[in-house]
Design a binder for this molecule. Structure first.
Ligand code: GLA
Ligand code: ZN
Length: 658
């Protein structure tokens, strides 16, 4: 378990480097990430590589045993590269290009640049691939983080898009069929007639819009692969990764993470009013590999480019760090070591301010790093082992974003309704995609699974038959993989599994909600959003609508499938609904619970050979008390604590329990 800092030695005079290394060591920082934007320093002119300056920094750090993650600098092509290749700049949907200097200003299909990135990764890997000090690699930086999310509309991308469609569909007939080209005379008679969605995607053919996203995402995955291969050829005992962005939705992270050794992400919780936001980001990242992960960037100061957020309150940096560890992070690297005096990110603060003087935030990091170091061995040998999962596809997310149906519908909002309910009962969950091993879970929630392939349905059916519980929420099964509405009654491919079909649906505003009534208890809840009116075909009723012309119509059902159960929840609802539903689900699925806990207080667990550790974080600035239903050894303090625990604002407890 390592605590680290993102460090930019290229921003500071050489004579400061020794002081930084010493101060890092004294703060308990044992890991730095460096290099990811330093192309101009690594290759000042074409073909002349200079890595000596970074070697010098690393030597200073090595004196204190500080380990290194190296970033490949492909997010920041240099001025001389852009001068050489004016067509490197990515094109926006309106036909204008992004300017130099904004970061990520490259077309991901550019062969010349791909090759330059290959040569850079190759040179770096030859230099440091056997270094014991270097523990791993970060490729590029936050793939997709530019308006458009990694799409480029340049003529080269248009050609690549047409070639991609040709490979995917083989014939124009197949493409025309898949896209429903009879609508508005969209039939293509030549591949070169096919356009990219240069207008707002919302008015585009839905089949084209979805395929364009798939194509753009795959292009980024291919772009990354060039560097994965170059690094693999020389890297020994070093991981290869990239810094993802949690609930980011423009790129297919399942595909992007597939060739990587470990997943990692950048965590800036200051914008997150609720614990569920960082929690979900952690769960997404953990779910990609179904194991421990890294936080490449963890907030450690006020953040912003031209204006700033509030400063982290005393205790908040420590609490965020423990929250990350409680969710399965095996290293937490703070962004960043020191606020930069120049450049776009002048106001993005780190552990140190501009003047480099250690103050409050430094001391809090130091305290946190000491705590983590003391427990590092035990915690590293223990993992988060969820029995529940949230299952999603990027394709469903894209479809919902083009056509939300109910204008407020988002996949992550629906996921968070369950995420909050899980947290209130102390239930850990991974967020997973179809490639995941489902056998390790007992309960799988599929929020708005709008678009499904037969093999997805098959995997979920097998999971249920073996005794698992699957939950679908509104609009699931609506579409085929080509993004056409299913020809069958909804929920299409899920109909048999769910034991119900959907007759009508209604769109209900959240501020003028309808109601549903839980059949077992008679309790009423506000319900809203896309509301599916269910018709029973073998399932039993869990809840009914209690308002409007469809009052009395089933709103939620459960169907026995083999040894397990499949729920179809037809509406979105207020939090209390999910709390009550989850009590039932957890009991049926035999998942242990604690609480109910107050909102924004998390009881997280890592367990393994070294025992069971509960990490309890108070995400709020108010005192809280919780009942964790167990006693344990107080590892950050003295004695035994529990079952009732009083937490100070942003308070943290780490306890070992039997
Ligand atoms: C992202 C990037 C960092 C930095 C921070 C703050 O997470 O990866 O390089 O830009 O945001 O803006
Ligand atoms: Zn392009």
């Amino acid at each position: 378990m390592l605590i680290g800092a993102d460090y930019y030695p290229e921003h500071w005079p050489k004579d400061r480097w020794p002081t930084d290394a010493k101060l890092m060591h004294e703060a308990g920082i044992g890991l730095v990430r460096m290099g990811e934007f330093a192309w101009n320093r690594f290759e000042p002119e074409e073909g002349r590589y200079d890595f000596s300056w970074l070697d010098e920094v690393m030597r200073l750090q090595a004196r204190y045993g500080i380990r290194v993650i190296l970033g490949t600098p492909s997010a920041t092509p240099t001025a001389w590269q852009v001068a050489k290749w004016p067509d490197l700049l990515p094109m926006k949907a309106d036909g204008t290009t992004f300017p130099f200097g904004i970061r990520r200003h490259y077309c991901p299909q550019h062969e010349g640049y791909r090759d330059a990135c290959r040569r850079m990764a190759d040179a770096m890997a030859r230099r440091w691939g056997r270094s014991k000090q270097v523990i791993g690699w970060q490729i590029d930086n936050e793939f997709g983080a530019l308006d458009g999310g990694g799409t480029c509309f340049c003529p080269r991308c248009l050609r690549a898009w047409r070639a991609w469609l040709r490979r995917r569909y083989g014939t124009l007939d197949a493409l025309n069929e898949a896209w429903g080209a009879n609508f508005w005379a969209q039939q293509y008679t030549d591949w070169d007639q096919i356009v990219a969605p240069m207008q707002p995607v919302t008015s585009q053919n839905p089949g084209l819009a979805l395929d364009w996203r798939r194509f753009s995402s795959e292009g980024m995955v291919e772009f990354q692969q060039v560097q994965v291969d170059a690094l693999r050829a020389h890297a020994r005992d070093q991981f290869i990764s990239t810094n993802l962005m949690g609930m980011y939705e423009e790129l297919d992270y399942e595909a992007l993470a597939a060739p990587l050794d470990i997943a990692g992400w950048d965590n800036y919780p200051i914008w997150a009013a609720e614990a569920v936001d960082p929690a979900m980001g952690h769960a997404v990242t953990r779910g990609l590999k179904q194991r421990g992960f890294l936080v490449f960037e963890q907030q450690s100061g006020p953040a912003g480019w031209n204006s700033m957020t509030a400063a982290p309150r005393p205790g908040q940096i420590r609490m965020w760090t423990w929250q990350s560890i409680g969710h399965g992070a095996d290293a937490v690297v703070y962004f960043r070591w020191r606020a930069c005096r120049f450049g776009t990110e002048q106001y993005w603060h780190g552990i140190l301010g501009h003047d480099g003087v250690p103050r409050r935030r430094y001391k809090e990091v130091q305290r946190t790093a000491r705590e983590v170091a003391r427990l590092s061995k035990a915690l590293a040998a223990a993992q988060v082992r969820p029995q529940a999962a949230i299952w999603h596809t990027y394709d469903s997310n894209w479809v919902i974003r083009f056509q939300p149906g109910w204008d407020k519908m988002t996949l992550w909002d629906e996921a968070k309704r369950f995420g909050r309910a899980f947290a209130r009962r102390g239930i850990a969950y991974d967020v997973v995609t179809p490639k995941a091993d489902l056998a390790r879970y007992r309960l799988i929630v599929c929020p708005h699974a709008v678009i499904l392939r037969p093999d997805h349905v098959e995997a979920l059916r097998r999971f249920a038959e073996a005794g698992g519980t699957v939950v679908f929420t509104p609009r699931s099964g609506e579409r085929t993989w080509a993004n056409q509405v299913t020809p069958e009654p909804r929920p299409g491919l899920l109909r048999k599994l769910a034991g119900c079909s959907i007759g009508e649906y209604d769109m209900v505003r959240q501020d003028k909600p309808g109601q549903v009534e839980m059949a077992a208890t008679g309790r009423l809840y506000d319900a809203f959003g896309w509301c599916d009116l269910l018709e029973i075909e073998g399932a039993s009723v869990v809840a009914r609508y209690a308002a409007e012309f469809y009052s009395g119509t089933p709103a939620a059902t459960v169907n026995r499938v083999g040894k397990g159960r499949v729920y179809y929840i037809g509406a979105s609802a207020e939090d209390a609904f999910y709390d009550d539903l989850l009590s039932r689900l957890a009991e049926e699925a035999r998942i242990p619970t604690v609480g109910p806990l107050p909102p924004n207080v998390e009881v997280l667990e890592r367990r393994g050979k070294a025992g069971r550790f509960l990490i309890i974080v108070n995400y709020t600035g108010d005192a809280q008390s919780v009942d964790i239903g167990a006693k344990g050894k107080n590892l950050l303090g003295k004695g035994t604590v529990g079952p009732k625990i009083d937490l100070e604002p942003y308070g943290v407890r780490v306890i070992s329990v039997q």
